[in-house]
Design a protein around this ligand. Structure first.
Ligand code: GLN
Length: 491
């Protein structure tokens, strides 16, 4: 089996005994990308030379530091294209940033590099991370590795597909309303959105600043914990990043589910789930009970307003964040523009895709005089109610579980002309985002051959606990098989 399909701990051990080198791992990844990614479309840019240089450096470091080297030293990773990488073009999958080569690196990416991880390149996503299918990328489609006629989810679809297909053992994504958890569920891998403020947003191209969070995609919960503890923690460059020290998830990771009370929100399983998703979720619940967990119904009554509130708050913040995109130094330009206004209008007209324009218009409207109180303020009030629901629920249970997405991966094109249907994909992930709590998605099984994800959430800053429960769920349910395509590929 390919090294890249094995847990990071096994790769790390093999790197230390000399059974494999970082250069060999990276060449294997580059080979698989060359073989599979033409059809998959997970990467926007593969940084071959940089990856080879970093791998050679990691091999030297492993030779010198041996067991003392960080556990990610020499491990290849992929990066969502909304995270800035010094010297490597970063577009957020938007035309308006075509040709933008950042002069600095995002903190999360820098921390991986400092730990010796090797960056393979930048992954496709929805433009500015707005979407649930990666179809809003201005550059290319990404296909689901389990079914090439279906979406990988979004917005971090390229990162999810890369890990599912074994092109990289881990990838970074971002989650504002579900963009790590939903594609992880649809591609059958693990995704983890840490507590808001746990991972620095420095160098992340902002979508909705009060919600955006960086986190990992991996094949296992243990791997997610390894990436998480490397990227988490205070950063003087991001004032919204919490100064609290990070609790290491590794010592408690394998404690299992015995005696844990897991809350199942009545509102999330009552209706609206595809029958296949419902079946997989119910079967998973039985296995969690068999593994020693106690399931308890909990109620999150404000949840029914969460999606509507999110689609006011996120576009409002996006409309102000995107006001900086002037198209003056990169992007499609505006030949013939004389005034600044002509330049701005022209560059934005050519540079932004339809969904981004829709969000800017929604957000600008919601913030405008006379409508602010009716929409933005009310949405913020709903946000508080949603957070209070979670607070109350967590007083009685150790974690909350729910399906991640109401459906399995849908067909390419199916929801493109119906924005509300697309927004519905986030109905089960958005409430956790509004509350700012940590949440993971773990593979729960297959419905008609397509992956279904189970979401695990814990109170704010109980990230280590969330990962422990996610790992316990994973052990109870069995680690998901990679898609056929990944198993068939060489080596
Ligand atoms: N699909 C949601 C949206 O379009 C969430 C996106 C995200 O988390 N970045 O806003």
């Amino acid at each position: 089996m390919s090294w890249l399909l094995r847990p990071l701990a096994e790769q790390a051990a093999a790197l230390r005994t000399g059974q494999v080198t970082s250069t060999a791992l990276v060449e294997e990844a580059l080979g698989r990308i060359a073989q599979l990614d033409g059809a998959l479309g997970a990467f926007l840019r593969v940084t071959v030379d940089l990856a080879r240089r970093q791998a050679a450096e990691a091999d030297r470091r492993l030779a010198v530091e041996g067991e003392g080297a960080p556990d990610l030293c020499g491990i290849p990773v992929a990066i969502k294209d909304v995270l800035c990488t010094e010297g490597v073009e970063t577009t957020a999958a938007s035309r308006i940033l075509a040709g933008f080569v950042p002069p600095y690196t995002a903190t999360a990416v820098r921390r991986l590099a400092e730990a010796g991880a090797v960056s393979l390149g930048k992954c496709n996503c929805d433009e500015f991370a707005m979407g649930s299918s990666t179809e809003n990328s201005a550059y290319q489609l990404t296909r689901n590795p389990h079914a090439p006629d279906r979406v990988p989810g979004g917005s971090s679809g390229g990162s999810a597909a890369a890990v599912a297909a074994g092109l990289a053992p881990a990838a970074l994504g971002t989650d504002t309303g579900g963009s790590i958890r939903q594609p992880a569920a649809l591609c059958g891998v693990v995704g983890f959105k840490p507590t808001y403020g746990r991972v620095s947003r420095y160098g992340l191209i902002a979508f909705a600043s009060s919600l955006d969070q960086v986190g990992p995609f991996t094949r296992t919960g243990g791997d997610a914990a390894r990436i998480y503890r490397t990227i988490a923690g205070p950063d003087p460059r991001d004032a919204t990043c919490s100064p609290r020290p990070v609790e290491d998830p590794m010592p408690t990771l394998e404690l299992g589910l015995e005696g844990l009370r897991l809350g199942v929100p009545a509102e999330y399983v009552a209706s609206g789930l595809e029958p296949g998703v419902q079946r997989v979720f119910e079967a998973a619940c039985q296995r969690l009970v068999a593994a020693g967990a106690q399931l308890e119904p909990v109620s999150l009554p404000s949840t029914r307003y969460a999606l509507a509130a999110y689609y006011v708050i996120a576009p409002a913040e996006a409309s102000s964040n995107l006001a900086r995109m002037d198209g003056l130094r990169f992007g499609p330009g505006r030949p013939g523009a004389v005034t600044l206004r002509e330049q701005l209008e022209g560059a934005r007209h050519l540079g932004f895709g339809p969904e981004v324009r829709r969000r800017i218009m929604l957000g600008t409207y919601a913030l405008s005089r006379g409508y602010y109180d009716a929409y933005y303020r009310r949405a913020q009030q709903v946000r508080t109610l949603v957070a209070q629901d979670f607070h109350r629920a967590f007083a009685g249970v150790d974690a909350i579980i729910a399906p991640t997405s109401p459906t399995v991966a849908f067909r390419l094109g199916e929801r493109l002309s119906d924005p509300l249907a697309m927004y519905q994909s986030d109905v089960l992930t958005v409430p956790f985002s509004l509350a700012g709590v940590p949440a993971a998605s773990v593979p729960a099984g297959l419905a008609d051959g397509l992956p279904v994800g189970l979401q695990v959430a814990a109170p704010a800053f109980a990230d280590a606990h969330c990962l422990r429960v996610a790992r316990g769920v994973e052990r109870a349910l069995g680690v998901a098989e990679p898609p056929d395509l990944a198993r068939r590929a060489a080596p």
